[in-house]
Design a protein around this ligand. Structure first.
Ligand code: NDP
Length: 438
């Protein structure tokens, strides 16, 4: 069956209609639909088995980004985020990429790095040689504790050494175990493997092992996405398409050369990436740590994406970052909504998930720099901000829309004004600044 994630007017439908549409898309059961709508789902009893000292659960909004076309396949993308505008912006950007054929993606094998820190060595370089000489038997040893990952075709792929000749605690040898973790993020598998190898490393080198732990700089496990937006799609009343392309390229280069801009630029990328990572029950701290370390890999913090004008005058963008995401393990199967997010995405492949997530990052980046380089970010953002202020001021139901309309019309989008409007409009159901427009 061919189906399209290009769902025009998705945002205009009621929450119930949107939820049902997504339920039909993913073939969700009525119970699963209840989980999506927050009527069921993670409860305090389950939370107690996830973390220590649990006292309850903390909910966040779950939205759906539309219009994603990745390698010719349509996706509805679940995103968990508290920040307004992100989901609308990324859906709009995905629509623009769609006009250029959608995203083309690739990813590395799911190879993680486990680190073993060896100290008290007489000769660090000699110890490194010894470890390399025993590479095959060390890898075979790691695979002995690999469990189902090895049975699924994963396991040890390489042993590498990184001698550190000078440090404030003396020389040390860092041994890296490169390990294919298949569809898992793989923290536990890696940690098990490096703990298992430590005694053998001590025996071979005569040194003392201290830390044995995975690295979150998963630069062997990157995902990439690229896409094109026809210049005509970027034209507006006050800017020609070619001008918009140029402004967006200039904005992208600003982030390449300036760490102050790159930080905000990458924050925008992570708005989208984190939202998918959280929705699918993955470890967003790990993803954040890896992304920013990768952005600084050449000694200066820089952009995770690149933007340029192609030979036809159209805008092209690409992104590359480490994305150690799992579809098994961690919270992916424990959190009821995380399993549903994967079901909505229609994948159980960790690499496919990483590639979709990279596409979301690129689309989110386009949304931000397009707004900044053309009309400015506040125009679209303030309306969503007004909604949050209205709710914070105590509005609910249809009153939210009326308070927003009034604030936007007045050009006075502040909490104090929202509070006054809530009082005024709540007691005056007739007054309706722009009926039905919100
Ligand atoms: P799990 O150990 O929960 O799950 C992975 C396990 O699932 C595998 O080891 C394997 O175990 C099993 N499995 C079943 N099917 C597959 C398959 N197709 N592919 C791969 N494995 C399969 O989780 P992870 O090891 O992925 O670790 C993720 C968790 O670790 C996250 O919650 C993260 O927060 C946490 N963590 C993160 C750290 C960090 O980032 N620095 C440090 C420590 C923990 P088996 O062989 O037993 O079947």
């Amino acid at each position: 069956m061919t189906r399209s994630s290009r769902i025009s007017g998705f945002y205009k439908r009621s929450l119930k209609e949107r939820s049902q549409l997504v339920g039909e898309w993913a073939g969700l059961t009525p119970h699963e639909q209840d989980v999506l709508e927050g009527l069921s789902g993670l409860n305090a009893g389950q939370a107690e088995h996830m973390i220590e000292n649990a006292i309850g659960v903390y909910a966040l909004p779950l939205g759906i980004a539309t219009n994603f076309l990745v390698n010719g396949k349509d996706y509805l993308v679940p995103m968990v985020i508290e920040e307004p505008s992100v989901v609308a912006a990324v859906s709009n950007a995905a629509r623009l990429f769609r006009e250029g054929g959608g995203f083309i993606t690739s990813s590395d094998e799911p190879i993680m790095i486990g680190q073993i820190q060896v100290l008290d060595l007489v000769d660090v370089n000699a110890a490194a040689e010894i470890v390399l000489a025993h590479k095959a038997e060390l890898m075979a040893e790691a695979d002995k504790v690999g469990g189902s990952i090895v049975r699924h075709g994963g396991g040890a792929r390489d042993i590498q050494v990184r001698p550190i000749l000078n440090s404030s605690v003396g020389p040390m040898l860092i041994v890296h175990l490169l390990y294919d973790t298949q569809d898992a993020m793989g923290a536990n598998a890696i940690n098990t493997a490096v703990e298992h190898l430590a005694p053998q490393i001590e025996m071979l080198t005569g040194g003392r092992v201290n830390l044995r732990i995975l690295s979150n700089l998963t630069d062997q496990r990157k995902a990439r996405a690229e896409g094109m937006i026809p210049a005509r799609e970027l034209a507006s009343d006050h800017m020609r398409g070619e001008e918009a392309v140029q402004s967006i390229v200039e904005a992208g280069v600003f982030a390449e050369v300036d760490p102050y801009r790159a930080t905000t630029h990458n924050k925008g990328i992570m708005n989208g990436i984190d939202a998918v990572v959280i929705a699918t029950g993955n470890d967003w701290r790990a993803i954040e740590a890896g992304a920013h370390a990768y952005a600084a890999r050449n000694g200066q913090y820089t952009s995770l994406s690149k933007w340029w004008q192609d030979a036809d005058g159209n805008l092209r963008g690409s992104i590359e970052l480490p994305l150690a995401l799992g579809t098994v393990g961690g919270a992916t199967k424990v959190h009821p909504a995380a399993g549903l997010a994967l079901k909505i995405l229609g994948t159980q492949s960790a690499r496919e998930l990483a590639e979709i997530t990279a596409s979301v990052g690129l689309a989110q980046n386009l949304a931000a720099i397009k707004a900044l380089a053309t009309e400015g970010i506040q125009r679209g953002h303030m309306r969503m901000h007004a909604r949050q202020l209205a709710v914070a001021a105590g509005a609910s139901g249809e009153l939210v829309g009326r308070v927003v309309q009034a604030m936007v019309k007045e050009g006075n989008i502040r909490l104090e004004r929202a509070k006054v409007l809530v009082l005024e409009l709540a007691s005056n159901p007739v007054y309706n600044p722009v009926a039905g427009a919100d």
